[in-house]
Each structure stands twice: as C-alpha cells, then as structure tokens.
Design a protein. Structure first.
Length: 252
C-alpha cells in the first residue's frame, strides 16, 4: 500500500510507503526544496485535488544526528558550485600551478637581473655564473655603486713647485663598504668669493688613476675598506679663484 505526502514548503507531493514514514517517526526531508517536515501529518488523500507527484526516491529520511549544512537543509546530492569543484578538474588545477610556477620564476629572473651587481657583491661565488648568464644575454655584471659608502678622507690643494699658475690636488678616496665598489667620477671646481663655480673639471677614473694600472684597477674596483690615492695637476693661469670644491659622483 502506498500513501501520498506533500511538502508544506514547496507543495511537492511524494508517493511513500508506511515503512518510510515509520522509520524516523514520520520525519522526512523534501528532496525538492530540502525542507524537513512531518510526513504523517502531511498525508493527503489521493484524488482530493490535483497533485504534482515526484518519485519516492526524492523523499529522504531525516536523520537528527546529522548536522545541518550551514547554508540550510539542502539535499546531499546537490551539485557543488563550479568554484568549489576544482577536485573534479585535475587538468585545470595542474595548469594553474604550472602557470604560477612560471610566473614566480620569471619574477625571480627579473629581480636577479636588476640586482645582479648587489648579488655578486654579497655572494662572490655567484659572480662567475652571473657573468656567464650576462654573456648570453649581452649584458654586464657591474660593480656596486653605493656613493654613501664612499668618502674623501683627506685632500689638499697646493701650488705646484716650479710651475707658475699650476696647482696640485692630492686626495684619498676610501671605500667603507664590505664589498668592492666601482671607482667614482670626481668633480673639481674652482669658486669665486661668493662660492660660485668659476671653472670645473670632471675626472673619470682613468683620468686620476695611475696610467699603467688604470685598466686593471677599474676592473677590480676599490677593495672593501680600501682606498685610492690620486694626484692631479690643474692649470689655473687664466682663472682667478679664491676657493675650490671637490665632489664624488657616479655618472648616470
């Protein structure tokens, strides 16, 4: 013998047998809208009014020991949303991880290229691999340029003995960094009484380093904690100046 019960929430009718209703004291779950109701109290007489019948498997037994879903009493067979069903698409997940790894490698490569000088200074063992990579990429691994870690420890401007109108600049450039640095350029300016430049001259490392050793010294840079002494002559016979200014800088 079969009976008909109707969900009070969505008005969907189900054909059931007495055994289904007695299993949980009549408490059943609607497979259409998920509502839990008393199937016995919701019994209707067949033929009393038109009913939309659903097959009995749509009506589930209500188990009170099961915790309801946070979204409401939905049927267990309800499909997951697309964004929660990633485990059903292993190929897409593998592609996503592959693209993420490639993006991370590209970012690391860009950072290595941009900071190659600092990396080579901090890790001397990395200079050779970086130079090999730059050989393929047609770039160079320059020495670091930390102007704040360079200083002119001592300098003196004096008249050159026996040479009228010629002055001599003696100076010492010190590298206070714990790594070698590129030799800086030097600007020497003569000033008037108001401190304005009357004439100035920019000296590249090859201009103030010893001629026979300049190439080798430029390649090695100033050693960590090392210094470079320089002596340069200037002809000031056509200039009337009362002071001078000396600055270190790196050309852009």
């Amino acid at each position: 013998m079969s009976l008909i019960t109707r969900c009070p929430t969505c008005a969907t009718a189900f054909r059931v047998v007495p055994g289904q209703l007695s299993a949980r004291a009549g408490r059943v779950r609607c497979g259409k809208c998920g509502a839990v109701f008393d199937g016995i109290k919701a019994l209707v007489e067949e033929g009393s009014e038109p009913l939309l019948l659903e097959p009995s498997p749509q009506l589930g037994l209500f188990d009170p020991s099961r915790k309801p879903d946070a979204r409401g009493p939905l049927d267990d067979t309800e499909p997951l949303p697309a964004f929660m069903a990633e485990d059903l698409r292993p190929r897409q997940r593998a592609l996503w991880w592959t693209l993420s790894l490639l993006a991370a490698l590209a970012l690391a490569a860009q950072a290595t290229y941009h900071y190659r000088a600092e990396i080579a200074a901090a890790a001397p063992w990395a200079r050779a691999p970086l130079r090999e990579a730059c050989r393929l990429l047609r770039c160079e691994v320059p020495l670091p340029r930390r102007l704040a870690l360079l200083s002119i420890d001592s300098y003196e401007v004096r008249a050159a003995p026996g040479r009228e109108g010629v002055i001599v600049l003696d100076a010492v450039i010190r590298n206070k960094a714990p790594f070698p640095q590129e030799f800086p350029a030097l600007q020497f300016a003569l000033t008037d009484e108001a401190g304005r430049h009357v004439v100035s001259r920019v000296l590249a490392p090859r201009d103030y380093l010893e001629a026979g050793k300049a190439a080798a010294l430029i390649g090695r840079g100033i050693e960590p904690g090392g210094e470079a002494a320089l002596t340069v002559y200037f002809d000031t016979s056509r200039t009337r100046a009362s002071g001078y200014r000396l600055e270190l800088f790196y050309p852009s």
